[in-house]
Design a protein around this ligand. Structure first.
Ligand code: CUA
Length: 335
């Protein structure tokens, strides 16, 4: 079906360069530096591969028609090939790659001791979601949200990285490389998005059953839009707009929900799961696994264990249909 096989490699490279969440498609200064290094390494490896193919082809052609089964071990120069081609050249190339890697790494200090300014936010890894503390300005301007980091485009943002349980790793390939979130250690990363946009990230350190579904979104906005977003996030949760939503709020506060989740301005003050004060303003739920819509909110409330087995969120089977609709209506009003 695919006749021109040689096209596979260039097509693969172009595609990986275009897709979202690819380090070959950088959108920030750090990612650009890493991306350049990556392309160079890729080019060198391709060159080595081509040279090897040529050598193998020459060897095959030179032996065509020969009755000799294989060459004797040492026919003057056989071992030299091994020393030069199998040892010296690989050592040189790998040393070059290693040194360039160190050189790029030196531009990205990742321990807070190396930074003079306090971080603008702190990202805390949980099994299996991300908690974000916004720490800019005086205390009354701080707030907590989850799974969706908003930043102003075109400005560097320093983020402290911490973990609540096991080792996680922050990785938004289009913006930067990976830095781990280690319990008891405070790492730091400086990200910058050159353009407004949504950049997908992923936990990059195996952290348990749902590691693959620990997804992160970085939303870069024009500075004025970002400020508007911050102003909204600082508000307490919206009050119910109708009796159905009021019933939903009542259910949220009096049933299991409030034991784990906070909705600021209400009696729900749980700290185990994500803060839901402005849940409806987020694009996705369940650590960006599912779209934030009526069907998914209902399914998540009642069947979280089927959608994401092992997650701390239990299946809440206590609601009847009407109660579930009220609960979801309430949550969808939390913009
Ligand atoms: Cu968190 Cu993998």
């Amino acid at each position: 079906m695919f006749r021109k096989r040689w096209l596979a490699l260039p097509i693969f490279l172009v595609l990986t360069g275009c897709v979202r969440q690819s380090s070959l498609n950088p959108h920030g200064p750090a990612a650009r530096e890493i991306g350049t290094l990556e392309w160079w390494i890729l080019a060198v490896f391709c060159l080595v591969t081509v040279v090897m193919w040529i050598l193998i082809a020459l060897l095959v052609l030179s032996r065509r028609g020969s009755l000799e089964e294989h060459a004797p071990v040492d026919t003057g120069g056989g071992q030299k090939w091994i020393v030069v081609g199998g040892f010296a050249i690989p050592v040189l190339i790998l040393a070059g790659v290693f040194m360039s890697g160190l050189d790029v790494l030196a531009d990205f200090p990742m321990h807070d001791g190396a930074m003079l300014m306090p971080a603008q936010m702190r990202l805390v890894g949980h099994q299996w979601w991300w908690e974000i503390y916004y720490l800019e300005g005086p205390l009354q301007h701080h707030f907590i949200t989850a799974n969706e980091i908003h930043i102003p485009a075109g400005q560097p943002v320093d983020i402290d990285l911490a973990s609540y349980d096991v080792i996680h790793s922050f990785w938004v390939p289009e913006l930067h490389g990976k830095v781990d979130l280690v319990p008891g250690v405070r790492n730091r990363i400086r990200i910058e998005a050159e353009q407004p946009g949504t950049y997908r990230g992923q936990c990059a350190e195996y952290c348990g059953e749902e590691h693959a579904r620990m997804i992160l979104l970085v939303v870069a906005q024009m500075p004025e839009n970002y400020q508007r977003w911050v102003t909204n996030q600082l508000q307490d949760a919206a009050v119910p707009a109708n009796p159905q939503q009021a019933e939903g709020q009542q259910l949220f506060q009096t049933r299991a929900c409030s034991l784990c989740h906070t909705i600021r301005g209400t009696l729900a003050q749980g700290r185990v799961g994500p803060d839901l004060t402005h849940l409806a303003s987020r694009k996705k739920i369940a650590a960006n696994l599912l779209d934030n819509d009526t069907a998914n909110l209902s399914a998540w409330a009642t069947h979280a264990q089927a959608l994401k087995p092992g997650v701390l969120m239990p299946n809440l089977s206590e609601f009847d249909g009407e109660q579930l609709r009220a609960l979801v209506a309430y949550l969808q009003n939390l913009r």
